[in-house]
Design a protein around this ligand. Sequence first.
Ligand code: ATP
Ligand code: MG
Length: 568
Amino acid sequence: MNESNSPSNFIRDIINEDLARGTHTSVMTRFPPEPNGYLHIGHAKSICLNFGLARDYNGVCNLRFDDTNPAKEEVEYVDSIKEDVRWLGFDWEDREYFASNYFEQLYQYAVHLIEAGKAYVDSLSAEAIRDYRGTLTESGRNSPYRDRSVEENRNLFERMRAGEFPDGAHVLRAKIDMAAPNLSLRDPTIYRIRKIAHHRTGDQWCVYPLYDFAHGLSDSIEGVTHSICTLEFENNRALYDWFLDNLPVKNRPRQYEFARLNLTYTVLSKRKLLKLVQENIVEGWDDPRMPTLSGLRRRGYTPDAIRNFCDRIGVAKRDSTVDLALLEFSIREDLNDRAPRFMGVLNPLRVVIENYPEGREETLEAMNHPTDERFGTREVPFGKVLYIERDDFREDPPKKFFRLAPGREVRLRYAYFITCVDVVKDPDTGEVVELRCTYDPATRGGNAPDGRKVKSTIHWVAADHAIDAEVRLYDRLFTAPDPEAAGEGDFRVCLNPQSLETLTACKLEPGLGQLEKGTTVQFERMGYFCRDIRDDAPDHPVFNRTATLRDPWAKIDRQQKQATRATS
Ligand code: ATP
Ligand code: MG
């Protein structure tokens, strides 16, 4: 029985019943990616479900590559898929399978169907086959080749395998029922000729099984008990069962469908993600704006955050769309607990402390986490020249602006109170280039002994010790909640032009120089940032913004909703 803390769902109910009734004594699931692209957050839902069930029921989950289409599949994808599943925290042990391992067995199954009079070689063109198939309201017509003899079918199928015919000359079809209300039962194609080298079997084969034929039989060969797929395969279930009912299989798996993950502001389809890569709209499969696991990893997402997200969204039978804000919430929640705090100035403005002794330096103690003492403290250098965030100063502050302004006193985090006494401008442009300030030595550590208060605390970095860094501010890739609907098929029309802003003159606290690549920290007040695993170099640190501290889109969404309400 299931004794985990995982939330219940209809698939768990089915498994509980199967175990109680003795239909199965153990559970075997599988995660079956086609190696034709990188895994995305939708796949994570399927991975967490399949591996999670195996874990909770003391069963096993296989990793099976569904590699039946040699035209689109590559070893690069196989490798990335393994890396991503492992990174998410799941282990398939020695059960790494490929549908292509079963090609000989599958071929023999096809011969078995031919010999039972349940499959035939069709020589209609692909177009004619589509034509003969009929529609939802119109039954199909039998192919003129449907009544070929077993002998002729066996002979033609052998010659297809031997490479005697060009692509498309013949296919092998299951002989079921051209009038079946379920279109997937109208004599589906089960083998086709493709004279293309396969990433694993090379030139060994030139006939390849189709997904519907290969999938259920691969499940059966491995001994899978519960074959879980997404809702678009609901109609194919009858066919899944037909093959198992008509072949001498040892194991009888069952297919169950659940709702795929859809996310707002996101496209989740390998075909469309490939297009983003091929058209250089993003920099690659692991671009931090991509919803791929490699993109999320590079962005600074943690496996825990993704698994928590998958638990939260649950597993249902009806399609729905999850708000991207929920994924962002999951990473903020996780990083709030685990990310050490640092100070980093993204848009620096130089500050000179006029009354701070020339040449003097000191270090101040800073907390690495505001609530968790286990993170400890660190030493941060302070000096006469500092950088603060340009946005933290206004020469002419509006009403509710409480940060630095001429004549105003604020607290420098972990350091001193400072007061702005003068503003230096570029004589040509009028731009503020430096602030002259004074500090109160009695406020060391950030508190005034006389009890006086300041209205704001800002972060800073000492100029002499700052490291120069590039910081990439990532935002949503699309501006429309449903990019496909908004673009009427062309999602490029709603690309967010501000999805990446690169800042090249950032000043970071020196401790960040030692940070390992791929580590995510919080820059206080600015958000979570991950040291880039690809472009970072010792003399050129690069940080990717993982998430802002709050959801900047919440307000926009609220405004949009109010606007729609007002006009409707
Ligand atoms: P895509 O539509 O992105 O190309 P796919 O379904 O063709 O995905 P596969 O490699 O065949 O990709 O998927 C492997 C497994 O992941 C399948 O069991 C599939 O149902 C599941 N899966 C794919 N996309 C999602 C999703 N958005 N949500 C949940 N599960 C998904
Ligand atoms: Mg697929």
